[in-house]
Design a protein around this ligand. Structure first.
Ligand SMILES: *Cc1c(COP(=O)(O)O)cnc(C)c1O
Length: 229
């Protein structure tokens, strides 16, 4: 146990860092959404984050999402951030506001079929091309988004990526910059169903770099709510 752990302090630190990174990257701090990733922590920790002003919670598995949602539901917006099996869509669809892991047409079809209201979706992109990473390769993203026009329950709000696991700042920057360039090229097409104005990128170890490079949704677990596992 680390007895100096404080979610209140973590939120304050992250907000200060967001301010700094926005200054460097020329962004408005108000446009950055902090998604608190609660997959490694208890309901109590997730509730504590909400009590400290966090409005968005993220989970990467359906069980975790359902458990947290049952306890906290209407006090937050809910983000599904993990790879999503089509057969799990119906169990989470009425609970989530955002899905960050859209990566195939069959999943879009299932979301469209099950949703009773608009679901904001990020297309997940495997920028680095690592085999271990989920998401579409960069060169498949534009045609994939073109194919989504008939799935009217989905709104394609932006692109999401997980950076490679490295401390090499240049590698991280390049990954985030590539995703930003792709996002801008899709945004410039002005698809009504895919405004694609947002970038979900940056986690505990790299969110400052991600914001400098244009992130608008950062997904932060351990640096915010800790890790109880
Ligand atoms: C776990 C997870 C995060 C948060 O990870 P931390 O390093 O703890 O901040 C962000 N995004 C996804 C997709 C995750 O699975």
């Amino acid at each position: 146990m680390n007895d100096t752990f404080s979610i209140q302090q973590n939120v304050a630190t992250i907000k200060e860092n967001i301010e700094k990174s926005c200054l460097i990257g020329g962004q408005d701090p108000k446009k950055i959404t902090i998604v608190a990733v609660t997959k490694y922590v208890s309901i109590a920790r997730a509730e504590e984050a909400v009590a400290n002003g966090i409005t968005d919670l993220g989970e990467n598995r359906d069980e975790g999402l359902l458990e947290k949602w049952a306890a906290i539901s209407s006090n937050a917006s809910w983000h599904f951030i993990g790879s999503l099996q089509s057969r799990k869509v119906k169990t989470i669809i009425d609970k989530v506001d955002y899905i960050h892991s859209l990566d195939r047409i069959s999943l879009a079809e299932e979301i469209h079929k099950r949703a009773t209201r608009k679901i904001k979706c990020f297309v997940q992109v495997n920028v680095s091309g690592e085999d271990s990473k989920h998401g579409l390769p960069m060169n498949k993203v534009a045609s994939f988004i073109e194919e989504l026009s008939s799935y009217t329950k989905l709104e394609i709000v932006g692109l999401m990526t997980m950076a490679p696991y490295t401390k090499d700042e240049e590698v991280l920057r390049k990954c985030f910059r590539n995703l930003k360039n792709l996002q801008q090229s899709i945004q410039s097409k002005h698809y009504s169903y895919a405004p694609c104005t947002e970038l979900s990128m940056g986690m505990s170890n790299d969110y400052m770099i991600a914001i400098e490079e244009g992130a608008t949704f950062i997904r932060i677990g351990s640096a915010l709510v800790g890790n109880e596992q």
